[in-house]
Design a protein around this ligand. Structure first.
Ligand code: ADP
Length: 805
């Protein structure tokens, strides 16, 4: 046992020498002496020290001994401290009484007997020590009782903790587990033992270990409440979600321990995950019309939250599964599974999917038994490889879109240790329903798209197309149909065809109707729309909803055909006439039986010459027209003296005039500026118009040519008093091969090419040609040719002698 602490003795006397004397007397006691030279100082000293006994002088300036004692007695902490009064004078009874009533335990009179003083003080010290010891013992006892009580309550807490359905543990301030409750051992299957501190690491899901450790480190450092969601492995290997919470227990402001709980939130968590999965899968499925890509994305979403494996199979025409997607969170496992599928095609997974597709019913296997696995394996190796996958539970649902099974989705649980339940199956079925909607939407969309495309094609084709339903009403009418007939959609839609299209009734009788997939034949028929007649090539195809008619406009082809026939007649006539004349003249010249007069010989030779040149002219026109058609004609635009040209043309015309026709050039009222044209081509135009004017004036008359400016153009006007041209034919006479009188009832020949050539040549120099009536008789042909600009090159070719050939 250690030395008892030294006790304090307070010595109070106003006289220093008295204190020195007291010190000398009490020194041998070996206690701690505290000195004070006044009552006030004594009180001050008592504030700082616990003292065993006080020796107090009675006569002191300021507070005297009695007053000081009274104050000491008033204070709770000091009221029991024994006081020995020291006095030299007051020995009478009254004084002594006052001293005792002030709390004195003794009186000592100066001069003291050192021995007596020492022993008296020693007694009080002893007493003080005993009292102290007793107090300490009492405190110790109290502490022990408290510990017992605490132990008892801890035990009670433990029992409470053991009885709880939650997992409970406690740790030291550093987070090392010191206690786990019974539920912990039941859940984890670990054998109850004194905790080592880090058992929990073995049961937390590897995927959650990282975040848990981090959170734990942070809370241990900050002393905040620890809260985390993690999966704990159950005794059977299944992981279940738990909410872990640990709160620090503080003692004197320091963390003494942590109390933690883990609550099973697996059901809520699964519902949450399932809802989240359905939401995300739904948006994947709706985000695109490529349902294959969507199903692949869904399979990736399913792992690992919903299942460890997700497989999607589409369905072929034979109702067999065709793999589309295989997903697992670990790519290495996917590769392994694929290899397995390749090595053992048509494995148990394919068979399950095939059965689901055939029966249109889902399959749920909560626990894959060893026997089932063995039965499904093709051989020993297969069994071993399948065992490596550690499949425990699976479910497969059909995706029924419209009235056919479009796909099968399989979920399998493996290393997570999950067991699928009816709830999980409902989730899978819900997913299948959403997938079905997506597939159906994609199909509808592509159908609509196809139809829209078909409609666009129908609009774009050049053939008129329309649909007549079973009731004979027009249901569809494309743009070409409008262009060809002039009848708009509004005119015909929803109306009976026979009523909407004038003349249709008689056409419909003649159009052959083929059936779908049969070769289509068409018929050329005239359609009399009332205001005009069309030639159409019409075909019809009948199908369930009615008949589709397609028609092509042959009107122009017909007209061209007619013209071609006219041309053959005209040209052959035109060629035959000069040929006959040449042939006849030649024969006559060769006759030896008659002697021809020189004048007759000359006449015959003249005929041959003239008719040959007419033949050449016809051939030239045909050649030129074909050059214009094919764009091969070269045009050289230059400055050209129009007046000079006009004079030349008139002069040539005058050389072969019928006797009753005159040709005049009206003198211009002002000088004529040069025009921009190809001189030879312009000459040909004027020749032609002038020649026509002469030719179509069978009853004679004057043909005049007049030049006058018309804005930017010079206007040539050729007027005759001939046959004239009906209003309706004024523009048609400029068409190729068009002749007013193809049958030549008026007895005037021609190819119908002249004005066509004129129009094309004039067009090429930005000019214009047209015809107007010449008062009440004859016609005026106008030709406008632009004036030359300053920059126009001057004429380069030397003037050639005008020659029709
Ligand atoms: P062609 O004279 O060889 O028949 P054109 O192309 O020169 O061919 O003329 C076309 C048609 O225009 C002629 O067939 C004729 O009926 C009509 N025509 C041309 N010029 C006149 C005219 N001055 N007066 C009356 N009819 C004319």
């Amino acid at each position: 046992m250690s030395e008892p602490a030294r006790a304090n003795i307070l010595l109070v006397d106003d006289r220093h020498e008295n204190l020195v004397a007291l010190e000398a007397i009490l020194e041998p006691l070996g206690e701690n002496l505290i000195f004070a030279q006044s009552g006030e100082e004594a009180l001050r000293q008592l504030l700082h020290h616990d003292v065993a006994v006080i020796l107090l002088d009675v006569q002191m300036p300021g507070l005297d001994g009695f007053e000081t004692a009274a104050l000491i007695k008033q204070r709770e902490r000091t009221k029991t401290v024994p006081i020995i009064f020291l006095t030299a004078i007051s020995k009478d009874e009254r004084h002594v009484f006052r001293g005792y009533s002030a709390g004195a335990v003794d009186y000592l009179f100066k001069p003291f007997d050192a021995e007596v003083l020492r022993s008296k003080v020693a007694v009080f010290i002893d007493l003080y020590r005993k009292t102290e010891q007793l107090r300490e013992q009492a405190e110790l006892l109290a502490a022990r009782e408290l510990a017992a009580v605490r132990r008892e309550s801890e035990e009670r807490y433990r029992q409470l903790a053991d009885a709880m359905p939650q997992i409970v543990w406690t740790t030291d301030p550093d987070g090392n587990a010191a206690y786990y409750n019974r539920r912990w051992y039941e859940y984890t299957g670990l054998a109850p033992a004194t905790p080592r501190g880090d058992e929990w690491r073995r049961v937390v899901h590897p995927g959650d270990l990282g975040p848990t450790m981090e959170r734990r480190k942070a809370t241990l450092a900050s002393g905040e409440v620890f809260e985390v969601q993690y999966r704990f492995r159950r005794a059977d290997g299944a992981y279940r979600w738990h909410l872990g919470r640990a709160v620090p227990i503080l003692v004197d402001g320091r963390i003494e321990s942590w109390v933690g709980t883990a609550t099973d939130i697996d059901d809520q968590k699964r519902i949450e995950q399932a809802q989240d999965f359905l939401l995300r899968a739904g948006s994947e499925l709706h985000a695109t019309l490529d349902y294959r890509a969507a199903l692949r994305a869904v399979s990736r979403l399913a792992v690992p939250e919903i299942a460890d494996w997700c497989v999607v199979d589409l369905v072929d025409a034979d109702e067999r599964p065709v793999p589309l997607a295989l997903a697992h969170a670990d790519p290495a496992k996917v590769a392994f599974a694929r290899e397995l599928q390749e090595r053992y095609p048509g494995g148990p997974d394919v068979e399950v999917a095939a059965a689901v597709i055939r029966k249109r019913e889902p399959v749920l296997v909560t626990e894959i038994s060893d026997e089932a696995l063995e039965a499904a394996a093709a051989d020993e190796l297969h069994l071993e490889l399948m065992r490596e996958l550690r499949l425990r539970s699976f479910m497969c649902v059909p995706v029924i879109a419209g009235d056919r099974v479009a796909a099968a989705i399989t979920f399998a649980a493996a290393e997570s240790g999950r067991r699928f339940t009816e709830d999980d199956l409902r989730l899978a079925e819900e997913l299948a329903r959403r997938a079905a909607v997506a597939i159906e939407n994609a199909r509808l969309y592509s159908e609509v798209e196809e139809r829209a495309q078909a409609a666009r094609v129908l609009e774009a084709v050049g053939d008129g197309v329309f649909l007549v339903d079973a009731q004979g009403r027009i249901r569809l009418w494309n743009a070409a149909a409008t262009t060809i007939t002039g009848l708009t959609r509004g005119d015909v839609l929803d109306r009976p065809a026979a009523e909407a299209i004038p003349g249709w009734a008689s056409v419909a009788e003649r159009v052959p109707i083929s059936q779908l997939a049969e070769p289509v034949t068409s018929e050329s028929v005239p359609l009399d729309l009332g205001h005009r007649e069309l030639w159409l090539s019409v075909s019809g195809v009948g199908f369930t909803e009615g008949t589709v008619y397609a028609f092509r406009d042959l009107t122009e082809e017909r007209a061209l055909e007619a013209m071609r026939q006219d041309l053959v007649a005209t040209v052959s006539h035109e060629l035959r006439t000069p040929l006959a004349a040449i042939y006849g003249s030649a024969l006559t010249l060769r006759r030896e039986d008659i002697d021809l007069e020189e004048a007759l010989r000359q006449k015959l030779l003249e005929i041959i010459e003239e008719e040959s040149s007419r033949l050449a002219e016809i051939v030239n026109d045909l050649l030129l027209a074909s050059q214009l058609d094919t764009g091969r004609l070269h045009v050289q635009i230059e400055r050209c003296d129009a007046e000079e040209l006009a004079r030349g043309v008139v002069d040539v015309a005058r050389t072969h005039l019928p006797p009753d026709v005159q040709v005049e050039l009206e003198p211009p009222s002002e000088p004529i500026r040069p025009v921009a044209a190809d001189t030879e081509q312009l000459r040909q135009v004027l020749d032609n118009v002038l020649e026509n004017a002469v030719k179509y004036s069978p009853n004679g008359g004057t043909v005049s040519l007049r030049l006058s400016p018309a804005g930017t153009h010079l206007r040539f006007a050729v007027a005759d008093r001939g046959l004239g041209i009906p209003v309706a034919e004024r523009s048609r006479i400029f068409e190729k091969f068009y002749r007013l009188d193809p049958g030549m009832s008026r007895g005037i020949g021609g190819t119908g090419l002249g004005l066509y050539i004129c129009r094309e040549l004039v067009r090429r120099v930005d000019g214009r040609i047209w015809v107007e009536p010449n008062g009440d008789q004859g016609s005026i042909f106008y030709v406008d040719i632009p004036f030359a600009t300053e920059r126009q090159p001057a004429k380069r070719r030397p003037e050639k002698a005008p020659s029709p050939a």
